[in-house]
Design a protein around this ligand. Sequence first.
Ligand SMILES: Cc1cc2nc3c(=O)[nH]c(=O)nc-3n(C[C@H](O)[C@H](O)[C@H](O)COP(=O)(O)OP(=O)(O)OC[C@H]3O[C@@H](n4cnc5c(N)ncnc54)[C@H](O)[C@@H]3O)c2cc1C
Length: 416
Amino acid sequence: MRYSALKVIKESLTGHKGWKPVWRSPEPKKHYDIIIVGGGGHGLATAHYLSSQYGIHNIAVLEKGWIGGGNVGRNTTIIRSNYQLPENQPFYEYSMQLWEEQEKDLNYNTMVSQRGILNLFHSDPQRDAYVRRGNAMLMSGADAQLLDQNGVRELYPFLDFKNARFPIKGGLLQPRAGTVRHDAVAWGYARGADSRGVDIIQNCEVTGFQIKDGVCTGVKTTKGEIKANKVAVCVAGSSSKVMSMAGMNLPIESHVLQAFVSEGLKPFIPGVLTFGAGHFYVSQSDKGGLVFGGDLDGYNTYAQRGNLPVVEDVCEGGMAIMPAIGRAKLLRKWGGVMDMSMDGSPFIDRTSTKGLYFNGGWCYGGFKATPASGMCYAHLLATDEAHPKAKDFKLNRFLSGKMIDEKGMGAQPNLH
Ligand SMILES: Cc1cc2nc3c(=O)[nH]c(=O)nc-3n(C[C@H](O)[C@H](O)[C@H](O)COP(=O)(O)OP(=O)(O)OC[C@H]3O[C@@H](n4cnc5c(N)ncnc54)[C@H](O)[C@@H]3O)c2cc1C
């Protein structure tokens, strides 16, 4: 079904009886060309691009829960391409370009809103670091502007410029960054893939791999065994659990990250804002709620819920730069399990088992990567060659010490 203004008007006049389910609920077949394990944003985007760009349609996406129930529907919806390292920046800029054409590609309103992201800086060395990052962004074709204090004040006049413990000196602005409605991304990709024959099978947990003589020939699931020429794992926070079933020990830890939403307020935050002297970031949703977050809870877990000390810590971060939010009520919060890699950068790679592929290690930042990750994973699966934009996201980089340590923090997930 194609959506159009005419269809919306017709349905609103006839009781909305003509809408059909957006994807089918098929039973699994015995064999597929490619099985994608995990129906999150990355798995569904991979299925969409495999079928739309590489002409492969005999695909199943196996999801243990429901589409959008993982991190793709739990994140704080921020997209940006403000990275610095040459292994990362071109990839994230590519993703930004795919976001910019996504709604047209999917014929689906994912509410891409390029409202800009502003990273505040609070010291001269931090300004210098942002200048370097901004230059790296410009060199990869992205947009970046350095604002002084007056420039920040024009955009965000309500910030605390007078009494702050960490005075605001300026900020690095990326005007093309912004937010996208997260669960619509999952639904849009699912709809696109399904329309080209991809089977999206929900409530189907992968419980093991069929591996013989170093070759993966299928998976064991709660709906029985399914054969495949290629198996592509894409399970974000469950990466270490799932890959251990294939005998792999990954350089990834799972941590919980929380998100918060306040009561609805009149619009006053124009874009996405991040605090540079603590871990706090915020935007305002179209319904008026402040959507914000901060640090990991800081211990290993697979639980999709967090604890109160982090609530306090994140709210303190917010109060440090915008005391006005002290009067807003916190409405709800939730947690998602993050696949924190040891250098803060992801993997899109083959494994040592033939026919078994891995995509993960997205840390806090995998939502913005969704389109490029899907495209690059699809390219790898279809051609067995790394996509040029993701050629460094290799599993063996830890063997050679060729880390992609964007923040220069070492193997400390809480600092990435
Ligand atoms: C609170 C929070 C805020 C965030 N904010 C941002 C942000 O603002 N910007 C940004 O870029 N990123 C953000 N992220 C990170 C981003 O959401 C993730 O990196 C990204 O969504 C991960 O990829 P995914 O969508 O494929 O994951 P998921 O949606 O988690 O998909 C993985 C799927 O695999 C399924 N699965 C697991 N095990 C199995 C199995 N055995 N069999 C079958 N299926 C299985 C899961 O059920 C899940 O649906 C945030 C994350 C959280 C939790």
